[in-house]
Design a protein around this ligand. Structure first.
Ligand code: ACO
Length: 315
């Protein structure tokens, strides 16, 4: 996480809001904000170094570096190439993956499939975001919801247990307009007019997103359990995308797993594709997940995109 912390109280002096409004609607108390000059790849590289150290391998042993992000350093080259250079993963091929907040799970599944095919032995999967660059700090309905940060994991061939098991993933492009950054690309190129209309900032229909997020993540978890032949009772820990505590509570209720649902949204807000990676890391470090445990991850994001998978923790 970047050092700077922005609390709900701090936000009261930026937009017309209150700590009470934000906390009661989202469960968020604070978020971290990257420094000027600190880009997404800087956050991603820091997380990557820790993940590589944790895995006990060298950066040169990595075959693949994939960065899930919706806030890349540049349109191109990919943020993954900047991370590669910073960590010295000189034998890896590198690319970014765009699935908005679902990116880390999509990237994990991509790495799983590449490992299963035999093409890759060691993959570094990163979720990294500098969301603060793409927020309208005059729009209280969006700027309070997001934070900056990064998380990373090394996926390896072999090892003990079943590791990352099968994933369920889906998308619905007909709903793209409900959550997007409409300006700055080839559809609506950079212009004075586009910037005056603030179309280079994230825009969202919050209520609609809320409903779809609950439905899709709940369905995806049920499908992932079924696909992997396990039941909710077998799962030690459920880690959902950290978008909003009310979304997470609604999923817990439907699945009846409130006692095992992991959340850290209070401290970091929504860090988009980084959120799942950060929560997974914290769950391992605080003992919520230990060797042999079955874990379910689930995500939802712009696109819309969604997914869930099951993994058996091997370390
Ligand atoms: N402070 C105070 N008042 C606010 C704020 C704020 N920060 N933001 C909005 N309001 C006001 C609105 O202007 C509106 O006022 P009005 O009734 O006078 O018009 C009122 O609060 C209600 O606004 P709603 O948008 O209807 O509030 P809602 O209860 O739906 O909560 C929220 C909004 C928190 C955004 C909710 O819809 C939500 O969580 N949606 C999901 C968003 C999300 O998680 N997106 C990301 C998921 S995918 C991904 O991670 C990319």
């Amino acid at each position: 996480m970047p050092e700077k912390v922005l609390t709900n109280k701090d936000l009261e002096s930026i937009v017309d809001t209150t700590d009470e409004w934000i906390y009661s609607r989202t469960g968020m108390r604070e978020r971290h904000i990257a420094a000027d000059g600190q880009a997404t790849s800087d956050l991603g590289a820091e997380a990557a170094k820790r993940a590589i150290e944790d895995a006990g391998i060298s950066a040169e042993e990595l075959d693949l570096v994939v960065v899930a992000t919706l806030s890349p350093d540049m349109f191109f080259p990919s943020t993954a190439c900047f991370v590669q250079e910073k960590i010295g993963a000189k034998n890896a091929f590198c690319f970014d993956l765009g699935a908005a907040c679902s990116g880390f799970l999509y990237a994990m599944d991509n790495a799983r499939a590449q490992i299963a095919s035999g093409a890759v032995r060691n993959a570094l999967v990163i979720g990294a975001e500098k969301m603060s660059t793409f927020l309208d700090w005059e729009d209280r309905s969006t700027c309070i919801l997001f934070g900056d940060g990064a998380g990373a994991a090394v996926l390896q061939a072999g090892g003990e247990g079943r590791g990352v098991m099968d994933s369920v993933m889906g998308s619905d492009g007909s709903l793209a307009g409900l959550l997007s950054t409409p300006g700055g690309g080839s559809r609506n190129p950079i212009s004075h007019e586009m910037i005056d209309q603030k179309q280079h900032y994230l825009q969202m229909q919050g209520r609609e997103v809320f409903k779809h997020a609950v439905t899709r993540m709940t369905e995806a978890v049920v499908q992932a359990l079924d696909k992997n032949g396990v039941s909710a009772a077998d799962i030690k820990c459920f880690i959902p995308h950290q978008a909003n505590v009310r979304i997470i509570d609604a999923i817990s209720k439907r699945l009846k797993v409130a006692d095992r649902m992991y959340t850290n949204v209070e401290k970091y807000a929504n860090t988009s594709s980084a959120a799942l990676a950060i929560a997974l890391d914290e769950a391992v470090k605080d003992g919520s997940i230990t060797k042999g445990d079955l874990v379910v991850l689930t995500v939802f994001g712009g696109g819309f995109t969604w997914g869930a998978n099951v993994l058996e923790w091997g370390k």
